[in-house]
Design a protein. Structure first.
Length: 215
């Protein structure tokens, strides 16, 4: 085999390779007659959420002066489902310790928590060791503070309180991404070049609907 034949074979192979590359690039591109790209439909993403669990501490003052305005020590735990719509729901459990004179258990409470990230309502039941009585409790809660009322069932008395605690507002949750689908064609990933180099108006969530045109 002489040198001229080798050069001819090389040029033929190179030409075929270049032609095939151009053909594949044209076939995969949405900017020519082989494919048409359209933006896919995107379903609503729905609501994302996360669980926010926290232990906390605080001080609570009886507003009726029953304890001489000496605050009780509060130790508690709260678990919330925080949604991307900024709504929350969950539960709160806390124990109050009285330290006027000797340290003693004052009361325990278990409450449902609901509302928004910035403002929540509490409603629940508990037991007062100080008064030997079952209690109902409702409260309004914002960051680092809670204002509430206890009702002692046997005594029929109402005891308002003001609380400062370490519970700050839960962090915001970003919404979910909706599913992407094609009414016609096939769902394809958009790339910076061929294949399927769709424009911004022909894509959504990084994908496009590629429809092959009749040849």
């Amino acid at each position: 085999m002489n040198i001229k034949r080798l050069i001819l074979l090389f040029l033929t192979a190179a030409t075929c390779f270049l032609a095939q590359s151009v053909a594949w690039a044209a076939l995969g591109s949405c900017s020519n007659g082989y494919y048409t790209c359209t933006a896919p439909s995107v379903a609503s993403g729905g609501s994302a959420y996360r669980v926010d669990n926290r232990a906390y501490a605080g001080l609570s003052w009886d507003l009726d002066g029953a304890n001489g305005f000496i605050p009780d020590l509060i130790l508690g735990a709260r678990s919330l489902n925080v949604n991307s719509s900024n709504t929350v729901n969950g539960a709160d459990f806390n124990v109050r310790l009285r330290y006027k004179g000797d340290v003693s258990f004052d009361s325990v409470r278990l409450s449902y928590v609901g509302g928004s990230r910035e403002f929540m309502g509490n409603a629940g039941l508990g037991y007062s060791f100080t008064n030997s009585d079952i209690l109902g409790t409702v409260a309004a809660q914002a960051a680092y503070s809670r204002l509430g009322v206890d009702y002692l069932f046997n005594k029929g008395s109402i005891k308002p309180y003001l609380e400062g605690n370490s519970l700050y507002a839960p962090k915001q949750v970003n919404g979910g991404t909706g599913s992407t689908s094609c009414g016609s064609g096939t769902l394809q990933t958009v790339t910076s070049g061929a294949p399927f180099n769709a424009s911004a108006s022909q894509s959504a969530n990084g994908q496009t609907c590629a429809v092959q045109n009749p040849i």
